[in-house]
Design a protein around this ligand. Structure first.
Ligand code: SF4
Ligand code: SF4
Length: 185
């Protein structure tokens, strides 16, 4: 569950706006974003509800939401918003803050998948599926889930046994470093 956070109400709103570069405070709850969201039926808080939680400074609820990890970054919400709010960017900011603050929500497995996937891309410049799969299983505890699919994937050459570094690995690493440096500013 969410850990206590030190922001006061307006500080949380300001921090999310700073990280996402978009005016969450301009949201007037028209719900256009959430009516077009493909993962809406599966979430606890819809995108418009999350905007309201942020405005109210409800950091524990927003960062502990299942919705931020189910978000597919499709940007349908951003396109529909009459206030020009980049809601998909807000979702990114909430995920980053949740990881930084070590908030483990009800969708912890999505967090494990995301960090394992990004760790692989950071190291090799591309994802090493077998390593990411093993890392995800160790972190999530879902050791034997879907293992019956592995032989078929290997047969179809969808899983490489050994990692292969991308020729652009150094550039990709710089992108991660730049993003981290910007996040700290
Ligand atoms: S970006 Fe996320 S929140 Fe927005 S519509 Fe797509 S899935 Fe829903
Ligand atoms: S579409 Fe924009 S203004 Fe409307 S609820 Fe969503 S974020 Fe708020």
């Amino acid at each position: 569950m969410a850990t206590p956070l030190e922001w006061n109400d307006s500080a949380f709103l300001r921090e999310v706006e700073r990280r996402s570069g978009t005016p969450v405070s301009a949201c007037y709850q028209c719900h256009k974003c959430s009516t077009g969201c493909p993962v809406g039926p599966e979430t606890d808080f819809s995108s418009s509800q999350l905007m309201r939680l942020i405005q109210l400074g409800a950091a524990d609820e927003a960062l502990g939401s299942r919705g931020i990890w189910l978000c597919a970054s499709c940007e349908a919400c951003t396109t529909r918003c009459p206030q020009g709010i980049d809601i998909a960017g807000v979702m990114d900011a909430l995920r980053i803050l949740a990881v930084e603050r070590k908030v483990v929500g009800p969708q912890a497995r999505a967090q494990h998948f995301s960090s394992t996937f990004l760790g692989s891309v950071r190291r090799l410049g591309r994802v090493y599926e077998m390593g990411a799969l093993a890392g995800y299983k160790l972190r999530s505890g879902a050791l034997f889930e879907d293992m019956d699919k592995v032989p078929k994937l290997l047969k179809k050459h969808k899983l490489a046994l050994l990692p292969k570094k991308s020729g652009s690995a150094a550039e990709v690493r710089k992108v991660f470093e730049r993003a981290e440096a910007e996040g700290k500013r």
